[in-house]
Design a protein around this ligand. Structure first.
Ligand code: ADP
Length: 588
């Protein structure tokens, strides 16, 4: 927070410094330009003034040679000479454009004048107090700028003494009006001031600025002006001028008038041969504007620079954030890949474990079945064994009694019994052998026969009626041992289901449907309860008493049939009990 405030403060400070600097330089350049243009213009005005005066400069000296004037001045009381002189002066004045031309006698009294006819005629008036007259008397010539005491018009006076040898005949005066030139200045864009030797403005493009001093009027000057009546009755006052800056050379920056008027650039020079000074005052509002533009440009540059820096920083930061985000994403993706690989490996192992467990389960179920069968087999073998013993005892007794025909009879019966026992053990061996799951054509009737003979003991105990309805030519593609195992399971379950029932019927049939064979094991038991149905093929689901069922038979059976591309399903069937249906591919 504080750092940011400090940064903005620094920026503001920099902007102010830059604005001042740029403003200063812009103003400097603008002033130089203005000065460059003002100098030549000022010189043109000076030249104009000089040539205007120059037109009349030689006129008085030429007129000293005039016989008319000389004669008239020599005989001042001769009316006809005076009349001629008046007319002569009138003609010269109108031809040259001079405001007035007049001849004064050595006492200062005007004897003839170009305006002799007008109401403000100079004839008869005494001008001995006027400086141009005095100078002409003493030096031979006089120059003077002032306001006419009679005409009240300002003008420039050129005076020359007319002499006859050393004797002064009189003075001829040419008065030139500068109103015309002043008039042309009024239209210029610059202000122009002309100051005489007294420091009084005698000509100006602004009417209100004439007959003013730039500095307060001194007492001595006021007294002298009163004596010469140079500006007649005009009250000379000080102009409200303030010098704002000195630019060196002849140039200043001024403010004229009250308040905050736009400053003026002053450049002045002497008007040669007059003792005057012409001042050109140029309007500086253009410079002021350039200076303000300079301020704005300086401050604007700093602000732009700061903004550009901020923008660059922001972009750098965004780019860095994006880079970091990309790297994070990459890292996350890598982690995900690693995790997927780990999980896949775990799944593969789990799958392997599952297959192993399944195989072990098959094996365990087989062993359990063997256990159950063993009981049956033991029971099955016990009876022939007991019979064998009796028969062999009998045979020995008949041999002792010498009845060989009865011995032979007994031995034949023994042989039959041993054959039956051999068949029982051989089937047991075949069932226990681990199968390699090699599908081959199996005759369904034969497989059912084998299953039933394995269950013979159980069937006898149950006292159930087992019917088999299978055509001889029905063959399926399956591992024969496995198919027998499935049939032993299903028929065994059916026998269990009917054991406690009044009617004890188990029916096995098979039929062919296209390229499939359907084998059904149906019984007259109680059937399968609705809430047991979904769990039949789950491992260890059993409703039998402990020791009688493991709940593996159906799971293993279904697995075997599925392994051979078939299906095993359960439902409640036509005999009132359950019906289990095996479907397998047929073999021709
Ligand atoms: P176990 O015979 O060891 O119980 P099984 O997987 O062979 O295991 O049978 C699971 C269960 O299915 C039996 O406990 C029984 O409830 C039911 N079951 C199987 N066959 C039949 C049938 N024919 N009739 C009625 N219920 C049956």
């Amino acid at each position: 927070m504080r750092r940011r405030f400090f940064l903005w403060l620094m920026t503001a400070l920099l902007a102010v410094i830059a604005a001042c600097g740029a403003g200063f330089f812009a103003e400097r350049i603008a002033i130089d330009r203005l000065l460059e243009q003002a100098g030549p213009r000022r010189d043109i005005y000076i030249e104009g003034l000089r040539s205007e005066l120059g037109r009349y400069e030689t006129l008085p000296s030429i007129m000293t040679y005039s016989t008319t004037l000389r004669l008239m001045l020599s005989a001042p009381d001769n009316a006809s000479l005076q009349d001629r002189a008046n007319r002569y002066l009138e003609q010269v004045a109108s031809a040259s454009g001079a405001a007035a031309i007049y001849a004064i006698d050595p006492d200062g009294t005007t004897r003839a004048a170009s305006n002799w006819q007008g109401p403000a005629s100079f004839v008869g008036l005494n001008f001995s107090f006027r400086p141009y007259f005095r100078e002409a008397v003493s030096k031979g010539y006089g120059r003077f700028y002032g306001i006419g005491t009679t005409s009240k018009e300002p003008g420039y006076y050129f005076a020359r003494a007319i002499k006859d040898g050393d004797r002064l005949l009189g003075v001829v005066v040419v008065k030139v009006s500068l109103a015309e030139i002043e008039h042309t200045w009024a239209g210029a864009s610059d202000h122009i001031l002309v100051m005489d030797g007294n420091g009084v403005t005698i000509l100006s493009s602004v009417p209100d600025w004439t007959f003013r001093t730039l500095e307060p009027l001194s007492e001595e000057l006021a007294r002298r002006l009163a004596a010469t009546r140079q500006y007649d009755r005009v009250q000379v006052r000080a102009l409200d001028v303030r010098t704002l800056r000195d630019l060196g050379g002849d140039s200043h920056i001024l403010a004229i008038g009250p308040g905050t008027v736009p400053p003026l650039l002053e450049t002045g020079r002497e008007v040669p041969g007059t003792g005057w000074r012409l001042m050109l005052l140029s309007d500086m509002s253009g410079v002021v504007m350039v200076k303000r533009i300079g301020w704005a440009a300086g401050a604007g540059m700093v602000l732009l620079l700061v903004l550009a820096l901020l923008l660059a920083r922001q972009r750098r930061r965004t780019r860095r954030l994006e880079r970091e985000k990309r790297q994070d994403l990459l890292r996350a993706a890598e982690a995900l890949e690693r995790q997927v690989a780990e999980r896949t490996a775990a799944l593969v192992t789990a799958n392997d474990d599952l297959r192993r467990t399944q195989e072990e389960l098959v094996q365990a179920a087989k062993l359990a079945a063997i256990g159950q069968l063993a009981t049956g087999v033991a029971h099955e073998l016990n009876q022939p064994l007991a019979a064998l013993r009796t028969l062999s005892d009998n045979a020995a007794a008949f041999l002792a009694r010498g009845k060989p025909e009865r011995v032979t009879e007994n031995l034949t019966m023994i042989a039959g019994l041993t054959e039956r026992m051999a068949s029982i053990t051989s089937q047991l061996r075949g069932f226990a052998r681990r199968s390699d799951n090699r599908p081959q054509p199996v005759n369904v009737a034969a497989a059912t026969g084998n299953a039933l003979s394995l269950l013979a003991e159980k069937a006898r105990r149950t006292d159930a009626a087992i019917t088999v309805d299978i055509a001889d030519d029905i063959n399926v593609l399956c591992d024969p041992i496995r198919l027998e195992q499935v049939l032993v399971n299903l028929i065994g379950n059916a026998l269990d289901a009917v054991a406690d029932r009044g009617t004890r019927t188990v029916k096995v049939d098979a039929a062919r449907f296209g390229d499939r064979v359907r084998i059904r094991v149906a019984d007259s038991g109680t059937g399968i309860a609705d809430d047991h149905m979904p769990h039949l093929f789950e491992p260890f689901f059993t409703t039998k008493a402990p020791g009688l069922g493991l709940g593996l038979g159906l799971v293993i059976s279904a697995g075997i049939i599925q392994d051979h591309g078939g299906s095993l399903s359960a439902a409640n069937g036509p005999l009132g009990g359950a019906v289990f249906t095996i479907e397998l591919a047929a073999h021709d």
